[in-house]
Design a protein around this ligand. Structure first.
Ligand SMILES: Nc1ncnc2c1ncn2[C@@H]1O[C@H](COP(=O)(O)OP(=O)(O)OP(=O)(O)O)[C@@H](O)[C@H]1O
Ligand SMILES: [Mg+2]
Length: 607
């Protein structure tokens, strides 16, 4: 699929046009079939009128019908063989059914291709949006836009837009034939039309707010359900089932009440709407009969006229609903437009990246006026290991997000090999930095799939090798299905430590020259922690490594250690130097090392 230009800005019509590309022909075929069906539908009353007046009755047929009757042996022949007309009507009905099939078939095909294009464009566009955008938007909201709003648009195009063409054809044809049949009756019939349209526009304008409210409350209801399902462990652990059930029940009752109210006013609307239509039909029938009795109108023409009026009234009665749905679709298009118009991240090309990493007076704020990093400067020479220690919330993870260009630096510069990272394409940065995130996330799939997700064709051997380096291979082999074990939604079947190590293995398969472990060894015991670090040193000797940890033994042997405190570097140096400083590092060291000897041994401190 063609990439959307990241700078391209869509108007509402532009978006619709973009999504519709490639479906025009199919929609066109549907509209054409619809035209044919409608045309046949208009012809039918003419034949019946002719039959009533000239075949059953004695009136002379119009020249068209005289010609038409001539094709079947003339009016007199038809009089004694009326079954021929029955056959003609049956054939027309069959043709109508066939073309109706094409209307639906082409419309549905076009609609599915529209939906596919819409889903693809949205998904690939969202994939390219910067992390900041994702954090600023709620997942539920994004999903609702991609599902409900996309549905509303497809519904609009395939039902309303195509239907609108059909309505225009029906209205034009039936009005024309009504006037041909009898001008006075046509004027009476049309006099009711503005009343019906005006009433339904008035009603739907008022109802729009109620529909919107219903949509919003449905959103609230599904959010409650979703939160409960994702947080099921917390709900159970705190015995909150009853509370949650009551909360859901309350919203459910409220939502139901809203709908009942909307439906009640809908019922009123359709009653009045139907009443007006019935009065109109009655007036036409009375006036029409009077005309017939007076000889101004034939019986056949009255039948034909009533048929055209029925054809006309269907769309007219629905018009308010259609216009209301259109304005709803307009809102959906605008909501999807907001996503499509969000600027994509320039991803750039994948290239080699090497050299020293340097932070120079780096500062950063997620929200304006709330700095989380200030004046951070340090250097990580190529091939060395940096340890990062610091209390929670001190900005350790943020440092790494900046290095990975997940967020733009707001103050100072970060360079790799002397080049400002703003000059290096994100694709290059991310293909050279292996970042094990603090929260291990596993895809739904097998363990093997999860490990190989970022490595191209690494094969089973590569997967097992990485798993061994992350010290998780034995765990995996002990599962009955080994590497083919399925890890469910968010990896529920693995323990926290196993999940962490699978995430590490996933990063290691990429063999990147820079490796970052954001607190990635927190859920494993100290022995495993040490074993993993030993494997890393052995296999990734040349790599630049950044280890973030709360555990002093994880970082104490690093070439350089920075201690973060409240968004700045409090201390910096080797483990030995920092011990002599008697600062935060020393405090943490003393605290973690002052465990009783046997316990210390058990948890692996002081190796
Ligand atoms: N997306 C965000 N929007 C606003 N503030 C944020 C965001 N992410 C983090 N912060 C804030 O930035 C500060 C630093 O967070 P960061 O995650 O870098 O800390 P950390 O040192 O990694 O902590 P931990 O050891 O708990 O992982 C915190 O005060 C946090 O509240
Ligand atoms: Mg963190």
């Amino acid at each position: 699929m063609k990439k959307v230009n990241s700078k391209q800005k869509f108007t509402k019509a532009g978006i619709l046009g973009y999504f519709l590309k490639g479906c025009y022909l199919l929609f066109g075929a549907s509209i054409l079939a619809s035209f044919i069906t409608t045309f046949l539908n208009v012809i039918l009353p003419q034949i019946i009128s002719f039959t009533v007046d000239s075949v059953i009755g004695e009136e002379a047929p119009s020249s068209i019908f005289a010609h038409f009757a001539g094709l079947f042996g003339g009016v007199d022949y038809l009089k004694s063989n009326i079954w021929i007309i029955a056959v003609i009507i049956a054939v027309i009905a069959l043709l109508m059914a066939t073309f109706q099939y094409f209307v639906t078939y082409f419309n549905q095909r076009a609609n599915q291709s529209l939906m596919r294009r819409m889903r693809n464009s949205l998904f690939s566009h969202i994939q390219r949006l910067p992390l900041r955008w994702h954090i600023e938007h709620q997942t539920g909201d994004i999903i609702q836009r991609c599902t409900s709003d996309a549905d509303a648009i497809s519904n609009f195009v395939s039902n309303q837009l195509v239907y609108l063409f059909r309505i225009i054809i029906i209205v034009v044809l039936s009005v024309v034939f009504m006037f041909i049949t009898n001008v006075y009756l046509a004027l009476i019939a049309l006099a009711f039309v503005p009343v019906l349209i005006g009433y339904s526009l008035y009603f739907y304008r008022g109802a729009r707010a109620s529909f919107k409210k219903c949509d919003e409350e449905e959103g609230v209801l599904s959010t409650i359900a979703q939160e409960n399902l994702t947080g099921v462990r917390v709900v159970r652990a705190f015995g909150r089932e009853r509370y949650e059930r009551d909360k859901f029940e309350k919203q459910n009752v409220y939502y139901t009440g809203l709908w009942v109210r909307v439906m009640r006013s809908m019922a009123r609307f359709w009653t009045v709407n139907g009443g007006v239509a019935a009065v109109q039909g009655m007036v036409l029938l009375i006036v029409g009969t009077v005309f017939c009795v007076k000889g101004d109108l034939s019986a056949g023409d009255l039948i034909a006229f009533i048929s055209y009026n029925t054809m006309l009234m269907g769309p007219v009665r629905q018009l308010g609903r259609i216009i209301s749905n259109m304005s709803r679709a307009g809102v959906s298009i605008a909501r999807i437009g907001e996503i499509m118009n969000a600027e994509e991240e320039e991803y750039g090309a994948v290239g080699e990246l090497n050299g020293d990493i340097e932070f120079k007076n780096v500062g950063f704020e997620y929200e304006e006026g709330k700095p989380v990093l200030h004046d951070v400067s340090f250097k990580v020479p190529q091939g060395s290991t940096l340890g990062v220690l610091g209390s929670t919330g001190s900005g350790k993870s943020t440092l790494m997000y900046l290095l990975d260009r997940l967020y733009p630096v707001t103050e100072g510069t970060i360079t790799i090999g002397g080049t400002d990272i703003n000059e290096i394409p994100p694709a290059t940065i991310r293909s050279n930095i292996g970042l094990v995130l603090q929260e291990g996330y596993l895809y739904t799939g097998t363990i093997a799939e999860n490990i190989s997700v970022a490595g191209d064709n690494i094969g089973q051997e590569g997967i097992e090798h990485a798993a061994a380096a992350a010290c998780v291979d034995e765990n995996i082999k002990s599962f009955s299905q080994g590497y083919d074990t399925l890890v469910g939604e968010r990896g529920v079947t693995l323990s926290g430590g196993q999940k962490q190590r699978v995430s590490i293995a996933r990063t290691l398969v990429r063999k990147t020259p820079i490796l970052i472990f954001d607190d990635s060894l927190s859920a494993v015991d100290s022995d495993t922690d040490a074993a993993i670090r030993a494997r890393l040193a052995e296999e990734f000797g040349g790599a630049t490594v950044i280890l973030i940890s709360h555990r002093i033994t994880t970082v104490m042997h690093a070439d350089n250690i920075i201690v973060m405190d409240g968004g700045t570097i409090a201390e910096q140096g080797t483990g030995r130097e920092l011990l002599q400083k008697n600062g935060i590092y020393r405090q943490i060291y003393d605290m973690q090392m002052s465990l009783p000897d046997e316990l210390k041994k058990e948890v692996g401190y002081g190796e």
